[in-house]
Design a protein around this ligand. Structure first.
Ligand code: GCU
Length: 440
């Protein structure tokens, strides 16, 4: 009896200390509880030198920052394959009210037929003068989830289960066609004269922690290697690497203009889009949507998701070295404003949603603000404001920021803003052309 009582007390204690532990994990959503912090200066080199010219930025500071993010956060990815191998096929002509065409492009990721391939869905406007500008964006649920058309091939790769929406036994079924269509307003995008290239991110690396045994990683292991080294790529870097393989293909066709390609991504794929933009300057515009922690939001604010939370829930997203900064944000020699700065002087648009506090909208805006000095040093107009704009009042300067009402999601309104931003910076369209012209 006494023994039983002791077990009861001991296990109660364990439960309590666990719940106390968890209470400590409660995300902070109170602005007044954001700790005070000092951000590393993107314009001060590791040796303490102040960077005062674009030339010094390019020669000294940018490579330093890129190395930090590469080795400490996202991880080193392999070089691009020497060959580019792809196969195109028409899925359907005359779709989207006769305005568009769906094509499939299978790209072999290693540049040879052995090894993994990804299927890119191209959505092309029929009428626009070619080559057209395009958005490249990964999707979460397979290309066929982006539109209900019956001929878009169903992905056969691993997917997170969601039987109600047609994801069963980790596979996509017919029922899942079009389930994500609200995030992909293709007709509206085609009307604006843009094409879209989208791919299921799981074609590159399935999004679960299996110690990097599946997906692209093992194909690059050295003999005897079992998992990436502490400074080698996690899944986000792998997805970003996959986006660059789409660029390799785009440089070899003539429907889409490879000089006018914007990379866009939502949430974890927003983090991915930012890293792809930072590492591959072929992306002319970079757009993150609700990317949050590990994306556009400043880590030091510890508002909503924190470094420890993200590394615990998603141990495979970043490289192993990033775990050193769990609960040690102030020790990071970088913060996410410097990720945006790596994209400079190319236009970057950071998009938040008001109710998406987990992603820290204010922290996303502040990253833009603190990236601004680099953008200005490089001769652009930077971020055209010092105060966070209210909802639905996008700032479309070279560092753009947009916050809309509502939840963590991608909406038709968001796409309108992406197109406005691209029009402006690529000087397209009537009204926006004049606006873009005036700002430069
Ligand atoms: C989780 C995660 C975020 C991520 C999001 C998503 O909420 O904590 O960091 O952005 O998933 O990708 O939907």
């Amino acid at each position: 009896m006494r023994w039983a009582l002791w077990v009861l007390v001991a296990s109660l204690g364990a439960v309590m200390s666990e719940s106390i532990g968890r209470a400590g994990d409660e995300p902070n959503y109170d602005e007044s509880k954001v700790p005070s912090y000092e951000l590393p200066d993107p314009l001060k080199s590791a040796s303490g030198r102040t960077i005062i010219s674009p030339e010094e930025w390019r020669r000294v500071r940018r490579p330093e920052i890129l190395k930090l993010f590469t080795e400490q956060m996202y991880g080193r990815a392999p070089k691009r394959p020497e060959a580019v191998l792809f196969e195109e096929s028409l899925i359907a002509d005359n779709v989207l009210g006769g305005k568009g065409e769906f094509r499939n492009v299978r790209i072999w990721l290693l540049g040879r037929r052995e090894g993994p391939a990804m299927d890119v869905l191209l959505v092309l406007p029929k009428k626009a003068p070619r080559p057209v500008p395009a958005f490249v964006a990964m999707n979460f649920r397979g290309n066929a989830s982006t539109h209900p058309h019956p001929k878009i091939p169903l992905s056969r790769n691993w997917m997170r289960n969601d039987p109600r929406r047609g994801f069963v036994d980790h596979r996509m079924t017919e029922k899942a066609r079009g389930v994500a269509a609200s995030r992909w307003p293709y007709e509206q995008i085609l009307d604006r004269g843009y094409a879209v290239a989208t791919v299921y991110y799981g074609d590159v690396d399935p999004d679960f922690d299996d110690g990097f045994q599946n997906g692209i990683h093992p194909w690059f292991y050295r003999p005897g290697q079992r998992r990436p080294a502490p400074d080698e790529w996690g899944s986000i870097a792998a997805w970003a690497w996959g986006l660059s393989r789409i660029m390799d293909y785009l440089e070899r066709q003539d429907r889409i203009d490879p000089k006018h390609v914007a990379v866009m991504g939502h949430s974890r794929l927003g983090k991915t889009a930012l890293w792809a933009g930072a590492t591959d300057s072929r992306f002319g515009i970079v757009i993150s949507n609700n990317s949050g922690c590990g994306g556009a939001a400043l880590s030091r604010r510890r508002f909503g998701e924190t470094v420890r939370r993200i590394n615990t829930s998603f141990p495979h997203w970043f490289c192993e070295n990033f775990k050193k900064y769990n609960d040690r944000e102030d020790a990071m020699p970088f913060d996410q404003h410097m990720l945006l700065a790596l994209i400079a002087p190319r236009p970057v648009l950071v998009c938040s949603a008001e109710e998406d506090r987990w992603a820290d909208p204010r922290g996303e805006f502040l990253s833009c603000l603190h990236a601004d000095p680099v953008y200005r040093l490089l001769g652009t107009d930077g971020l055209g404001t010092k105060t966070m704009p209210p909802v639905h009042r996008p700032v479309l300067t070279t560092v753009g920021y947009h916050i809309r009402a509502g939840k963590h999601d991608v909406t038709a309104l968001d796409w309108k803003v992406y197109c406005d931003f691209a029009d402006r910076h690529w000087k397209r369209g009537g009204k926006s052309e004049r606006r873009g012209g005036a700002a430069k």
